[in-house]
Write a protein that binds this ligand. Structure first.
Ligand code: DC
Length: 212
């Protein structure tokens, strides 16, 4: 089974993805990390974020061993990832890695922006996670502070709104819900509530399929 979770920045889709994968014993890929890794490679090289050739070669040279690097989590790298991810050739270079990950046994949960629409359009279950931008900004600020980073909530909110804009309006694979995605608004849910709601969606889809 493939579960696709999409949604905007700081919607909680990553945590949901991880928890759902654990619940079902599936593998999990936070696809934001791969765009962040490409962005960080450009930043480290002192290159321009719109340098297509360098970005594409960084995408092909991706090292999954480095996906756990805490430096990928920062707001600056996330913002740079949003810029790099708008380059169609970068998206193309990262496509087969994501599809291969999704296809492996015993099943997989992938979270990102275009999993249900482009990477895995035939995913068994698609969930589109949304939350009020102010709630997302609050959560992201608290996370950043917990990591010891300086975070100003108003600046985080401005970043989230700018990122949503860019992710939703890029011509290639924009952030949007697949027509067959189930909407999960977690503005007023804590992590456990969100996980329960997501499991309910997966179980409802499974039950529906068994009845056919
Ligand atoms: O989910 P995140 O904040 O880690 O993602 C960082 C950026 O990467 C996001 O602003 C847009 C891009 N991204 C994407 O374009 N497609 C994905 N499947 C995942 C992330």
């Amino acid at each position: 089974m493939i579960i696709a979770i999409d949604g905007p920045a700081a919607s909680g889709k990553g945590t949901l993805g991880k928890r759902l994968a654990k619940h079902y014993g599936y593998r999990h890929l936070d696809t934001g990390v791969i765009y962040r890794a490409v962005a960080k490679a450009l930043i480290d090289a002192g290159a321009d974020l719109t340098d297509e050739m360098l970005a594409v070669s960084a995408a092909y040279a991706l090292d999954p061993e480095k996906f756990g690097d805490p430096a990928l989590k920062t707001q600056a790298v996330g913002d740079a990832a949003s810029v790099v991810s708008a380059i169609p050739k970068v998206r193309e270079a990262l496509m087969s890695f994501q599809r291969q990950f999704a296809a492996g046994p015993p099943g997989a949960v992938l979270d990102g922006r275009d999993i249900g629409t482009v990477i895995c359009p035939d995913a068994d279950v698609k969930i589109f996670v949304v939350a009020d931008p102010k709630v997302r900004a609050r959560r992201r600020t608290l996370e950043a502070r917990a990591r010891g980073e300086d975070a100003d909530e108003a600046a985080v909110l401005a970043d989230i709104i700018r990122r949503d804009e860019r992710d939703q309006n890029r011509p290639t694979a924009p952030l949007k819900a697949a027509p067959d995605a189930h909407l999960l608004d977690n503005s007023h849910l804590d992590i456990e509530g969100g996980v329960r709601a997501a499991i309910d969606i997966v179980e409802a889809v499974r039950a529906g399929r068994q009845r056919v």
